[in-house]
Design a protein around this ligand. Structure first.
Ligand code: SF4
Length: 459
């Protein structure tokens, strides 16, 4: 796949619609409460027979203050004590999950939130000790352990403590360094705070640091965001994600605190995207896909080039498919051919575990059609091409017949130069790389016009 992406404002405007990010297919909109705890247990039992390595996800929902743009599932509190009953029940969940997958090796682990660094060192240490005591962690050198860091709430000791457990990747929320923007979204965070985390990570020997930026925030201008980009480029993180801010105050309550009139207009927003792509590529970053950039030697770029890149709930990953066991309120896991989600409300999460029950709220078991479409969408998003003969052999279908509607839907995109379709391959062309969601949506059996606004905009 070509590593630089051209920018075409007319095409981006033409195809700017609402679309899923495809961290799963089908998306969480298809999850249903008809999928029960028993269904999850049956999926775990089936997956044990395959014995794939495991990936663990822990959701820590607490944050000290509210960032007004945030659409995550989080609980704002200043009281660390608030996490105590949650952690006690998370320990219970670790016990309930681990006893059912005894012996399977944990290669990947991710702490997300909320803000995992809301927990103090004693709480983090306790949780990791408990997890290591119950699950079978891979040898230190084979672990890919990562955590989302809020630079405002983390100290050097925490960075070193996590390294002792084999954490090797840090993901830092930065968003924008401009103070007017920071005030408007209620996230004041200095360059020095971020640099201090980078210094601590370097001292502790972390392999990779990634940073998140957001474009489209209030008061952002090309000049102001350009300064943020230069500061970040100077810090040289291995990976960068540059997300588009989706302003949906009717759905995300916190966003009502953002004054709509202060948001950049559509032309400026597109300009911010163009600026980001241009500057990051000039600075040597490679566009991996869907908002993600990395330095050429990074594993994500290598995986993109050799065709082993994967997409999962955390975005892009280099690991071949693992079963993902997700723990904590609202977390989503993937086991065997099922997705399952824990209770979304803390109260229900705690009461299920107090009754010694896994807190499964809803989920989904994939049909054969879902698996086939997921494969095609995954290949488009990660490899940028679909080898039709491979799909036909793997799923015993005639591609052109099975996907005749999808191929019809792709035709206008092919005319616009986003994608090339012939009798052997579907290939995402350079112009289509920023619009890969639109290409993938042609293969999504659940996309319906009425539902489109449940997703964020493509740009
Ligand atoms: S952006 Fe992060 S720190 Fe801010 S409210 Fe959301 S989860 Fe919490």
């Amino acid at each position: 796949m070509q590593s630089t992406v051209p920018f075409n404002a007319a095409l981006l405007n033409k195809y700017d619609t609402f679309g899923p990010r495809y961290t799963s297919y089908p998306t969480a909109l298809q999850f249903s409460p008809a999928f029960t705890r028993d269904d999850y247990l049956a999926a775990l039992a089936r997956s044990n027979a395959g014995g794939k390595p495991l990936s663990l996800y822990f959701h820590i929902p607490y944050c000290e203050s509210l960032c007004f743009y945030c659409a995550c599932n989080k609980i704002i509190t200043h009281t660390r004590e608030r996490a105590r009953p949650y952690l006690e029940n998370l320990y219970r969940e670790v016990g309930l999950q681990a006893e059912r997958v005894a012996g399977r090796e944990v290669r990947q682990l991710h702490f997300g939130g909320g803000s995992p660094t809301f927990l103090d060192d004693e709480q983090l240490n306790g949780l990791l000790q408990h997890a290591e005591g119950h699950f079978n962690f891979a040898p230190f050198t084979e672990r890919e352990f990562s955590i989302e860091i809020d630079p405002r709430t983390v100290g050097d000791n925490t960075i070193a403590l996590l390294r002792d457990y084999g954490f090797n990747r840090l993901s830092l929320g930065v968003q924008d360094f401009n103070q007017e923007v920071q005030r408007a979204v209620n996230r004041l965070q200095s360059v020095e705070q971020v640099q201090a985390v980078l210094d601590a990570a370097a001292r502790a020997g972390y392999q990779s640091v990634s940073m998140d930026l957001i474009y489209g925030l209030p008061h952002q201008t090309l000049d102001s965001f350009s300064q943020t980009l230069e500061t970040v480029i100077g810090m040289r993180p291995q990976r960068l994600a540059v997300y588009s801010y989706a302003h949906m105050p009717q759905k995300v309550k916190a966003q009502k605190l953002i004054v709509s009139e202060t948001l950049p207009d559509a032309v400026t927003k597109l300009g911010l995207l163009e600026l980001s792509i241009q500057r990051l590529q000039e600075a040597g970053y490679v566009y991996v896909g869907m908002d993600h950039f990395a330095l050429p030697e990074d594993e994500l770029v290598v995986a993109m080039q050799n065709g082993s890149l994967q997409r999962n709930f955390q975005g892009y990953s280099t690991h071949a498919e693992t079963d993902m066991i997700a723990m904590g309120v609202s977390s989503i896991g993937k086991v065997d051919d099922c997705y399952s989600q824990n209770q979304r409300h803390e109260k229900h999460y705690l009461s299920d575990l107090a009754a010694d029950q896994l807190p499964v709220m809803q989920g989904y078991r994939l049909s054969e059609d879902d698996k086939l479409r997921r494969e095609v969408i995954q290949r488009l998003m990660c490899q940028g091409e679909v080898d039709l003969a491979e799909i036909e052999a793997q799923y015993s279908v005639r591609f052109d017949r099975y996907f005749s509607e999808s191929l019809d839907a792709l035709a206008p995109l092919a005319e616009d130069g986003l994608v090339q379709v012939d009798s052997r391959y579907i290939r995402v062309l350079p112009l289509g790389r920023l619009l890969v969601r639109n290409i993938a949506m042609c293969f999504d059996a659940y996309i319906k016009p009425a539902r489109e606004q449940r997703f964020s905009r493509v740009i």
